[in-house]
Design a protein around this ligand. Structure first.
Ligand code: ADE
Length: 224
C-alpha cells in the first residue's frame, strides 16, 4: 500500500511513522508513506499557502492552487483509490472504515489547517472526508496519523500474529475481553484460574462471554 500525505507540517507527522509497528511495516516493504509539504507546491515568494476568506470572517483558508499542483502531480504518476480530506465534519472513523481502506493500493490524505481548505478543493479532488471524532484539532495531521495507524496495522504481514488484528475490539462489534500476563498472583490479585487451566475450548467460551458482558456494560450501543 502507498499513502501520500499532504500537509503544511510534515515534521509533526514523521515521528509516529518511525516507531513500533508502523516503522516495521515500512521496513518490511508492506507500506510506503510519503509526505508532501504543501509549501513546495507554491510559486509564492513567501511560500504562502493560505489566505483570508472571501466574505470576511476570522481564520485563514488553504488555497486551491498548491493543493491542485500537488494532487495533480501525484495523480499523473499513478491511480489513487481515494483522496481523503481530514476534517471534523467528515464521516467518523470506525473499524469498518479502517478495514475498507486497508484493501486499497494507493491513497492520498490531505490534512486541513486553519479554517480548512477552499471548498473547490473538496468539490473537485476529494473522494472521502474523514473525522476522528467530534472535537476540533488544530489540523488534520494528528487525525491522519491515527487513520494511518488504524489502517496499516491491518495490512497482511504487519502484525506478527495475523489473528491478533482479527481479535481486536470492534472487529465483531464487541469490545475485546480482558487479558492477563505474568505473574499469576500479584500481591493477592489473581489471574482467573480458568486461564491457567490449559482448557482452550473453555477459555474461548469464557472470552466470548467476557467480551459480550463488557460490551453490554460499557458500549451497549454496539449491540444494537
Ligand atoms: N481536523 C480538525 N479536527 C479534526 C478531526 N476531529 N478529525 C479529523 N481531522 C480534523
Amino acid at each position: 500500500m502507498r499513502i501520500d500525505i499532504i500537509t503544511v507540517l510534515p515534521e509533526l507527522m514523521e515521528s509516529p511513522f518511525n516507531a513500533s509497528i508502523l516503522s516495521r511495516a515500512k521496513e518490511k516493504g508492506i507500506v510506503e508513506v510519503h509526505f508532501h509539504n504543501l509549501r513546495d507546491y507554491t510559486d509564492n515568494t513567501y511560500k504562502q499557502v493560505d489566505d483570508y476568506q472571501y466574505g470576511g470572517g476570522a481564520g485563514m483558508v488553504l488555497m486551491i492552487e498548491p493543493i491542485d499542483k500537488c494532487i495533480s502531480s501525484l495523480q499523473k504518476e499513478r491511480t489513487y483509490d481515494e483522496v481523503i480530506y481530514m476534517t471534523p465534519d467528515g464521516t467518523t472513523l470506525n473499524q469498518k472504515l479502517a478495514n475498507q481502506l486497508s484493501l486499497h493500493e494507493n491513497i492520498i490524505i490531505l490534512c486541513g489547517h486553519y479554517k480548512g481548505v477552499d471548498q473547490r478543493v473538496r468539490d473537485k479532488f476529494i473522494t472521502k472526508e474523514i473525522s476522528i471524532g467530534d472535537y476540533v484539532l488544530s489540523g488534520g495531521e494528528l487525525g491522519a496519523a491515527v487513520l494511518c495507524d488504524a489502517v496499516i496495522r491491518l495490512l497482511p504481514g504487519v502484525l506478527n500474529d495475523e489473528t491478533s488484528a482479527l481479535t481486536d475490539s470492534f472487529q465483531d462489534n464487541l469490545l475485546a475481553p480482558p487479558v492477563y500476563t505474568r505473574p499469576a498472583d500479584y500481591k493477592g490479585m489473581k489471574v482467573p484460574d480458568l486461564l491457567l487451566s490449559g482448557n482452550f475450548p473453555k477459555i474461548e467460551k469464557w472470552r466470548e462471554k467476557q467480551a459480550l458482558d463488557r460490551t453490554q456494560r460499557l458500549r451497549p450501543d454496539l449491540l444494537k
